[in-house]
Design a protein around this ligand. Structure first.
Ligand SMILES: Nc1ncnc2c1ncn2[C@@H]1O[C@H](COP(=O)(O)OP(=O)(O)O)[C@@H](O)[C@H]1O
Ligand SMILES: [Mg+2]
Length: 252
C-alpha cells in the first residue's frame, strides 16, 4: 500500500477548476516531484494536502487513514510536515531558539517559554541533532533573519523535520537560490529519503530530475501524466507543454 494517496481531489475558485480530479500516490521512501507551469495548481494542491484549504471533492489518505477533514496540526501529528514557499522561521530569534521551539512544540511540552539547557537537556540535544542533520551546526548562535537565503530555507526544512514526518512537503525549496545553495539543498533532500517520503514541488528541473523517483506533471489543474524521470523526459505531451524552454533537457 502507498504511504500517501490523493484521490479525485477537486478545488474550485469561482469558475476556475484549480485542482481537477487529481490522483497522486507516494510510496514509502519515495521522492515524488510535482512539476507544471505557473498557475497549474501546484500550490493549491499542496494547501489541500497540508489542510490549509478544504477540497470541494476527493480524499487525502496517509498510511491508509482518511485525513481529508483533519485540521493542520492533526495531520502533522500523523506524520505530514511541510515547508513553505515563503519561509516561516522566527527571524528575530537565533537558529538554536528556532530549532528548540520546534522540538519543544513536537515534544508536547506545556512550556510556553524556552527552558535553560540545565533543565531541558534532551530538547537541546534534539536541536543539536537537527542542526547537524541539515548542516547548520556552525550557525546555531546566528540570528535566523540575518542568515543567507539558502541557510534560511535549510532552517525551514529543519523545522519541518522536528515533527519526525513520514511525508515531507516541500514547496519550491530552491526558489531564489544560487547554484551552490541549490546543490546543497539537493544533497539535503537526497539524504532525507532514508527516513521519509518527500513530495517536492520545484521549478529547478535539474534538481527535479536528479532527485525524483517519480514525477507527476500538473497542467491546468489536471495530472497530465506521471512516471519515472525517463518516462517524463521522453513524453511528447510533456515536451509540448514545456516547448520553447530548455527545462527538460537538464540531465542528471
Ligand atoms: N485563493 C485563490 N482564489 C482564486 N484563485 C486562486 C487562488 N489561489 C490560486 N488561484 C488560481 O488557481 C490557479 C492555480 O494556482 P496555484 O495553485 O498557485 O498554481 P501554481 O502553484 O502551480 O503556480 C491559478 O490560476 C491561480 O490564479
Ligand atoms: Mg506555486
Amino acid at each position: 500500500m502507498s504511504l500517501f494517496q490523493v484521490q479525485g481531489l477537486v478545488k474550485r475558485f469561482g469558475g476556475l477548476l484549480a485542482t481537477d480530479h487529481v490522483d497522486l500516490t507516494v510510496a514509502h521512501g519515495e521522492v515524488h516531484a510535482l512539476i507544471g507551469p505557473n498557475g497549474a495548481g501546484k500550490t493549491t494542491l499542496v494547501h489541500q494536502i497540508s489542510g490549509l484549504l478544504a477540497p470541494d471533492a476527493g480524499r487525502v489518505l496517509l498510511d491508509g487513514d482518511d485525513i481529508t477533514a483533519l485540521p493542520m496540526h492533526r495531520r502533522v501529528a500523523k506524520g505530514l510536515s511541510r515547508c513553505f514557499q515563503v519561509t516561516r522561521i522566527f527571524p528575530a530569534q537565533t537558529v538554536r531558539d528556532n530549532l528548540l521551539l520546534a522540538v519543544q512544540a513536537h515534544s508536547g511540552s506545556s512550556f510556553r517559554f524556552l527552558q535553560p539547557r540545565s533543565q531541558a537537556h534532551g530538547l537541546y540535544e534534539a536541536a543539536d541533532r537537527l542542526a547537524e542533520r541539515v548542516g547548520l551546526q556552525g550557525r546555531m548562535d546566528g540570528i535566523a533573519g540575518a542568515l543567507p537565503h539558502g541557510a534560511q530555507r535549510t532552517l525551514d526544512v529543519a523545522l519541518a523535520l522536528a515533527c519526525a514526518p513520514k511525508l515531507l512537503l516541500l514547496d519550491e525549496p530552491m526558489a531564489g537560490m544560487g547554484p551552490e545553495e541549490s546543490q546543497q539543498m539537493v544533497q539535503l533532500i537526497d539524504s532525507l529519503r532514508r527516513d521519509m517520503a518527500v513530495l517536492l514541488i520545484e521549478h529547478d528541473m535539474e534538481a527535479v530530475f536528479r532527485l525524483a523517483d517519480r514525477i507527476s506533471v500538473l497542467v491546468y489543474g489536471r495530472v497530465l501524466t506521471a512516471g519515472t524521470p525517463h518516462e517524463i523526459r521522453s513524453n511528447a505531451e510533456v515536451q509540448a507543454v514545456y516547448l520553447g524552454t530548455e527545462t527538460l533537457e537538464a540531465t542528471p
